[in-house]
Design a protein around this ligand. Structure first.
Ligand code: AHR
Length: 635
């Protein structure tokens, strides 16, 4: 017998309660959300011809005779300093092939936008033919351009694919005899999110949108920090003209447990402007996290000396100007020039990702002073480091409390059991202390990033059990997000992940649907739900939280049954007049190992049914291993 007291609001639920954490890991940006299909489009990778096959150059005499392609470095000073010089001999039809990001996803009847920059020396090359080829080398889409000028000139062309293929490549054939230079060879689907030119992959943004997230944290994660300070994420290099954004090696370009991704670079086509725009599109508060002058402590742990923090702090101040100031300011003008005259209304900024120890606290203090002096209303997110407990955690918490930190980011990647056993984690947190941002968490079916660490149902419902604890403690917990968000099935470095995709398809894991269920039913006011006066934190394998939504006039009860058998519950609702109908949304599977897949993407997904309100207590059967949301209209 459970009791919900609808007569008293314990606290308001923050609109930011359930959000998203985006990091360019697992090919989430280049090769994922950013819909560019050409890998290394401007020949800026450390090996400038990476991603570009010259099919015959080495192996057969044909292409040797027919030509060669070599990277040329214009100037080390420039961001986009390389281009590709192609020499074509004897009209033999020299070819270059771009392999895409583990291939290119091409859809039948879809239109594709090609663009590139070309300088045609002496007008020697008569025609360049672009062909999408499938696995069997069959042409499934084709266009061509006639390069006219000796000067760098932009060319564009649109064409339609005639077949669907997940691993297509782009073959470029040159007709003529002489030298031609190429740069920024780019291919995008026409059909992107909001039909933005050179925009984001529609299916992936749709999945984000459908969560109705309260905030979007970006751009990471460890990529904020970098392995060294010089390869930290620098937002200023990610804005302005796309061509001028400096490509760099991704911090996740690593040998990591299972495989290497040496071709993982950041083009920054998805940069800070696009992150702000995406946040706006999906109705989420933007939450950028910036380097605090500490490289990733798991790598070099390089530190910016305390008296050399100015450029880092300036980056934070300038970012706020970029997001919020008018066009009379330098950075506000850039935002406007990029197409968004209105401010993005930034309210939060994160200082450092997952740093710990005195080095972090010392640096945090300097940032806090500078940011608050200029922008007193901006809420600063600080962090406790990677572990949910222990020496570093305790130190950070103690120091940050002394400093009256506003919002503290905690991370936990733990077993499903840990999640079930810690649903009461925040029950005793100081109500007057700093607010909590559970910024990265995910139940790990086994430890470490490896193919056996799955997005299985046990992990997902254990997170749900824990999340009832987050919600019950909305007084202190103001923001939460699962991590990591996305992974390419052929190019990941971390498991588990909330959304899986390949070049054509994407699906939400069971964990995704848990997040969605909580976020879309977060309500506005926290109510108490108890059994014999106590919160449900796993007694009889039951977990629960309750809210009301003053807008939809509903009472919403979330119940998680982690037992292997069904459980009957009876809910006594005090202080609310119920209408006659409600609904029940259920996420369930009898099998702990079950998961969603490309073949069965909605195997574990919400099922909604009508609920008939009864007089007196409400009766409900909670299936074995289930997450249930009961929604009751009030009158
Ligand atoms: O989410 C993957 C990584 O986990 C993040 O980059 C980092 O913050 C944490 O260690």
């Amino acid at each position: 017998n459970l009791e919900v007291d609808a007569s008293k609001t314990i606290t308001k639920i923050q609109p930011t309660m359930f959000g998203l954490f985006f990091e360019d890991i697992n090919f989430a940006a280049d090769g994922g959300l950013y819909a560019e299909m050409i890998k290394n489009r401007s020949f800026e990778f450390d090996k400038p011809m990476m991603g570009w096959e010259q099919p015959n150059t080495k192996r057969s005499s044909l292409n040797k005779e027919s030509g060669s392609a070599l990277p040329i470095n214009l100037s080390k000073e420039k961001n986009n300093s390389n281009f590709c010089r192609v020499e074509i001999n004897n009209d033999k039809g020299y070819t270059l092939i771009n392999e895409g990001f583990r291939g290119m996803g091409v859809k039948k009847d879809a239109k594709y936008n090609l663009s590139l920059k070309v300088a045609n020396h002496n007008g020697a090359i008569k025609k360049i033919i672009f062909q999408l080829i499938n696995k069997d080398q069959k042409i499934i889409g084709e266009t061509s351009i006639v390069p006219k000028s000796e000067q760098w000139t932009n060319y564009t062309s649109q064409f339609t694919a005639v077949e669907t293929e997940a691993k297509a490549k782009l073959k470029i054939t040159f007709e003529g005899n002489g030298t031609i230079d190429l740069d920024m060879v780019s291919l995008f689907p026409e059909d992107t999110w909001k039909n933005r030119k050179n925009g984001l992959r529609k299916d992936l943004v749709q999945l984000l949108y459908d969560v109705k997230p309260g905030f979007l944290r970006f751009p990471g994660g460890c990529i904020v920090e970098g392995r060294t300070l010089s390869d930290r994420y620098q937002w200023k290099k990610s804005v302005g003209d796309v061509e001028e954004r400096k490509t760099m090696m991704n911090r996740w370009n690593v040998e990591f447990n299972h495989k290497q991704t040496p071709d993982y670079f950041q083009s920054f086509g998805l940069g800070f402007f696009e992150y702000f725009q995406l946040s706006e599109d999906i109705g989420a508060e933007p939450l950028p996290i910036l380097s605090c002058g500490m490289a990733c402590q798991y790598n070099t742990g390089e530190l910016a000396p305390m008296d050399e923090l100015d450029p880092y702090i300036q980056d934070a101040l300038d970012l706020i100007e970029f997001a919020n100031s008018d066009v009379s300011t330098k950075w506000g003008k850039l935002r406007s020039d990029m197409g968004h005259p209105k401010p993005f209304n930034l309210k939060y900024i994160g200082v450092g990702n997952e740093q710990w120890g005195k080095d972090y606290i010392d640096r945090y203090k300097v940032f806090e002073k500078a940011i608050k002096a200029k922008y007193p209303k901006i809420i600063i997110v600080s962090g406790t480091g990677p572990s949910p407990k222990g020496e570093h955690f305790d130190y950070a918490m103690t120091e940050l409390k002394k400093l009256n930190a506003e919002l503290i980011d905690e991370h936990y990647y733990e077993s499903p059991k840990w999640f079930r056993e810690n649903a009461g984690r925040y029950d005793n947190y100081d109500r007057k202390g700093p607010k909590i941002f559970a910024g990265e968490y995910a139940a790990q079916s086994v430890s470490g990033a490896n193919p056996n660490n799955r997005n299985n149902w046990e992990c997902a419902f254990s997170e749900a059990a824990f999340m009832t604890g987050l919600e019950r403690n909305a007084e202190v917990v103001n923001m939460t997000s699962y991590a990591p968000l996305m992974a390419h099935e052929d190019a990941w470095q971390w498991t588990p992940d909330m959304i899986w995709f390949n070049n054509l398809q994407s699906y939400g894991s069971a964990n995704y649907y848990v997040q969605q269920l909580f976020s879309t039913n977060k309500g506005t006011d926290l109510l108490s739900i108890t059994q014999d006066g106590k919160a449900l934190i796993g007694q009889n394998n039951l977990y629960a939280s309750a809210v009301k939504d003053v807008n939809s006039k509903e009472i919403i009860v979330k119940l998680v049954n982690t037992a292997a058998t069904n459980q009957e519950v009876s809910i006594d609702l005090k202080g609310a007049k119920l209408g006659s109908k409600g609904s029940v949304i259920s996420l369930a599977s009898g099998n702990l190992q079950d998961e969603n897949t490309f073949v069965e993407p909605r195997k574990i997904s919400p099922k909604q049914s009508e609920y008939k309100v009864t007089k007196g207590s409400q009766q409900l059967t909670l299936p074995a291993y289930s997450v249930t949301v009961l929604k009751l209209k009030t009158i």
